[in-house]
Structures are given as structure tokens and as C-alpha cells.
Design a protein around this ligand. Structure first.
Ligand SMILES: Cc1cc2nc3c(=O)[nH]c(=O)nc-3n(C[C@H](O)[C@H](O)[C@H](O)COP(=O)(O)OP(=O)(O)OC[C@H]3O[C@@H](n4cnc5c(N)ncnc54)[C@H](O)[C@@H]3O)c2cc1C
Length: 419
């Protein structure tokens, strides 16, 4: 146990998870969040997957070619809006460098360990909160419309996952239908990952805030971090719109805003915001039990209580709140291809939500101390896996600050890897 103090900069799912594991270790924890309690954050409208099946990093072989092809179409699943920006050019160059088989081989076991640990910790958190956030341990189906896609998934993702000890079963159309009897699907088959799970993120965030309040965590809502006081190489205080706050340790958990937050510290963290959209149908025409991926279209579908959420697309277009209708339409158009009973009318009147995923060039998060300021620890850059990995990131941060051996090796995750 410790009586030392820590300030967590950013109160998204990752910051709150860090707060939980640090408070559990006896730290005096303050979370500084520029938004009000209960405000939207990236996890809230996400697909809510807790997905050890996602063992392939975003920066994977073939992505450079696909990326270049997709760049030309704002309707593609992965869209980089061309712009002359030094940070984007550097990020793009580092991303291209990571799209190798060697990188996948090194990164996949780390992603697996972060995700499996995250899943285990979600089970513990569900037990602590009477499952207030609807954790469902039903697995995930990667639906393939065509046999070609199914063959590709079987030889690629399913094989890699099985090699890494994450069970993947290749199913034909009949076996797929047996796993989701409530929905009529037009698919060639699927890959089933029994270990995957999902949550309702809009219920998870308030449940965690309540738990943290009971543990004595202090919240500074409506408070923006806008600078730092550095004393002899260490961070002495963070400057905020509510004044200067001192602590022994600081955690950077500002998602897509993390590079902005560190600018005054002489740190240049390569990270781009990856916009994604979701649409939540309050009364869907059928009930699913599992989370699904419409593989060819890269669209996610998740049952959340009585609701059904569809989400997807990755748009690297900077930090802005512009909703591109053509990208939302791409999600709507994909659904009837796999579920013939659905029509675009099912989405009438539903307001699209967007969130900004914090995307690193190599598809691995930044977790670890900064060499330049050793009492500042990074917990950001989780891209498409920030829900899945939030608890394991929190646990790792508590191990780092507590001086314990990290339960997952940190070498590939260091925030100094591009310094
Ligand atoms: C469509 C979509 C679907 C997704 N689906 C999944 C999924 O199924 N499974 C999964 O694992 N992940 C998923 N993700 C990714 C996941 O949602 C993110 O990786 C995760 O939410 C990032 O959390 P974070 O806490 O790092 O960042 P954020 O949630 O962005 O939190 C950062 C916080 O820092 C605050 N902040 C920023 N600047 C300042 C400042 N100067 N001062 C104070 N506070 C500040 C912000 O207000 C914000 O609250 C999805 C994302 C999208 C967009």
C-alpha cells in the first residue's frame, strides 16, 4: 500500500480504469477531465467488444497497398484524408514501416495478452458491480458473405489466432445460423471466437465512476489540462483551468488529444485520431446474442440490452466533429447484405454518433514511463481496442507506478519507441 498521489489526465475509459487499479493499490488518485460527469467519450458509442480475437495489429501486411487504394475513396472502410501536415506525414511513414509480417509476429502475442487480461478483469469488475454493464460472454462471429472471404479468414486470422491459443472455429452457413437462430443471415459462413465478449459501454462508464467514488477517487470534472510545471526533469505539477495541481506521479490518458497535451513537455508522440461512427437501433427487428463482424464491409454489430448497435469505418482526418454522411451510409448499406430482412428504413431517424480512436502507427498502445520525465506514464493510443484493453492498461499502470514487475512485457509498448 502507498499514500502517494497520482493525477490522471483524461477521464475516458482508459483513464478511469487506471484510476481503479491505482486506487485499489492505495494511491491518492485525482482524475482531471475537461468534460462534465457523464459526458460522451470515445468508448460510449463504441461497439463494446472485449475481443481477444483481434490479434492482428491495424498496421498489418497489405495495409499500405489497401491504404493507398482506399485513400482515393472517402467511402472506403479505412480512409486517410490527404492533407499537408508534418505529424500526419510522419505518422503515415511510421505506419507504412510497421506493415510487415515480422511486426505482426511480434505484436500479436502482446495484443493477445493485453486482451485476454482485459477480458479476465472485466469478469472481475462485473462481479464487483452486479454486472451493471451487461458483460456477455457469448463469443464473436466474423460473418463472411463469400466463400473467398471465409477461406481468407480461415487461412489468415483463424490460423494465427489458434496458433496463439485464442480458439477460432471455422463454421459453414448452417453452423453459423445455429449460433444465431434469431436472425436470418445470408452468409457463406463465419469464424467463431468463443472467448470474445461484449459490454454495454454506456453502462460501464457510470458504473466505474460510482465505484471510483466509493474508493475515494477525486474527480475534477470540467477541468482542462493546459500545461505542466517541470522541476529538475520531473513533472512537479499540472496546470489546469482550475489552477495548478501537484502530485508524485502523472498519467497521460487523453486519448486522441494526448499529443496536444504533451507538447509543452518536448515530447512528440506520433498518434492520429481515427474517426468511427455508430448507429444504435432502439427496437431492432431481431435479437442477436453475440457480437458480429460483417467482415467484407468491416462493420461491427453488437446487441446491447434490447438495442442493437452497428458501427465502423476508420477515417484519419484530424481532430474535428464533422460527420460525413457517405461514411455513415456505408454502414447502413452493409447491413442488408448480411441480414436480408433489414432495410435502410430500419435506420430512419437514427442520429449517427462518432468517436475519435487514438491510433498509433504500429497498432500497439503507448503504455510505460517517458524517459524524459520519469514520473509521467503513458496510457493512450489503444485505437480499435481501447475498451478491450482498458482494464489491462490500468493494471499495468498500477504495476509500473508500484514498482512491481509488469504482468505483460512492456518493451514494445514504450512511449519512447519513436523518440
Ligand atoms: C465506432 C467505434 C467503435 C469502437 N469499438 C470498439 C470495440 O468494440 N472494442 C474496443 O476495445 N474498442 C473499440 N473502440 C475504440 C475505443 O472506443 C477507444 O480506443 C477508447 O474508447 C479510447 O479510450 P481513451 O480513454 O484512451 O480515450 P477517450 O475516450 O478519448 O478519453 C480521453 C479523455 O481525455 C479528455 N481530455 C482530452 N484533452 C483533455 C485536456 N486537455 N484536459 C482534460 N481532459 C482532456 C477527453 O475529454 C476524454 O474524455 C471503438 C471506437 C469507435 C470510434
Amino acid at each position: 500500500m502507498t499514500s502517494k498521489s497520482v493525477i490522471i489526465c483524461g477521464g475516458g475509459i482508459v483513464g478511469l480504469s487506471c484510476a481503479y487499479y491505482l486506487a485499489r493499490d492505495g494511491w491518492s488518485v485525482t482524475v482531471v477531465e475537461r468534460n462534465a460527469e457523464g459526458a460522451d467519450s470515445c468508448a460510449q458509442g463504441s461497439a463494446g467488444y472485449v475481443s481477444p480475437s483481434h490479434v492482428v495489429p491495424l498496421a498489418a501486411p497489405g495495409m499500405v497497398w489497401n491504404g493507398l487504394k482506399w485513400m482515393l475513396s472517402s467511402k472506403s472502410p479505412f480512409y486517410i484524408k490527404p492533407r499537408l501536415d508534418a505529424d500526419l506525414l510522419r505518422w503515415g511513414w511510421l505506419f507504412a514501416r510497421s506493415c510487415t509480417r515480422e511486426h505482426t509476429v511480434r505484436a500479436a502475442p502482446v495484443l493477445r495478452d493485453l486482451s485476454l487480461t482485459g477480458r479476465r478483469l472485466f469478469v472481475e469488475l462485473a462481479a464487483l458491480t452486479a454486472n451493471a454493464f451487461e458483460l456477455r460472454q457469448e463469443g464473436l462471429l466474423n460473418l463472411c458473405k463469400t466463400q473467398q472471404c471465409l477461406d481468407h479468414e480461415s487461412h489468415g486470422l483463424a490460423r494465427l489466432a489458434n496458433e496463439l491459443g485464442v480458439e477460432a472455429r471455422v463454421l459453414d452457413a448452417r453452423q453459423t445460423a445455429e449460433l444465431e437462430p434469431g436472425a436470418r443471415m445470408d452468409v457463406a459462413g463465419s469464424v467463431y471466437f468463443p472467448v470474445d465478449a461484449h459490454i454495454t459501454p454506456r453502462k460501464f462508464m457510470p458504473a466505474l465512476v460510482t465505484l471510483l467514488g466509493q474508493m475515494g477517487v477525486t474527480f475534477q470534472w470540467n477541468t482542462s489540462v493546459n500545461g505542466w510545471r517541470v522541476e529538475g526533469g520531473r513533472v512537479g505539477a499540472v496546470s489546469t483551468t482550475s489552477g495548478e495541481l501537484r502530485a508524485d506521479e502523472f498519467v497521460l490518458a487523453a486519448g486522441s488529444w494526448s499529443p496536444d497535451m504533451t507538447r509543452g513537455l518536448g515530447i512528440r508522440l506520433p498518434l492520429q485520431a481515427g474517426k468511427g461512427y455508430s448507429l444504435t437501433i432502439p427496437k431492432p427487428r431481431f435479437k442477436l446474442t453475440k457480437s458480429l463482424i460483417l467482415t467484407e464491409r468491416r462493420v461491427a454489430a453488437t446487441p446491447m440490452g434490447d438495442q442493437l448497435r452497428f458501427g465502423g469505418t476508420m477515417e484519419i482526418s484530424g481532430i474535428n466533429d464533422r460527420i460525413r454522411p457517405e461514411r455513415v451510409q456505408q454502414i447502413i448499406d452493409a447491413v442488408p447484405v448480411y441480414f436480408p430482412d433489414f432495410t435502410p428504413a430500419d435506420f430512419a431517424g437514427i442520429k449517427p454518433w462518432f468517436g475519435l480512436r487514438p491510433v498509433t502507427p504500429d497498432g500497439l498502445p503507448y503504455i510505460g514511463r517517458f524517459g524524459r520525465h520519469p514520473n509521467l506514464t503513458a496510457a493512450c493510443g489503444h485505437a480499435m481496442l481501447g475498451v478491450t484493453m482498458a482494464p489491462s492498461t490500468g493494471l499495468l499502470v498500477s504495476e509500473i507506478l508500484g514498482g512491481r514487475k509488469p504482468s505483460i512485457p512492456l518493451e514494445l509498448l514504450t512511449p519512447d519507441r519513436y523518440a
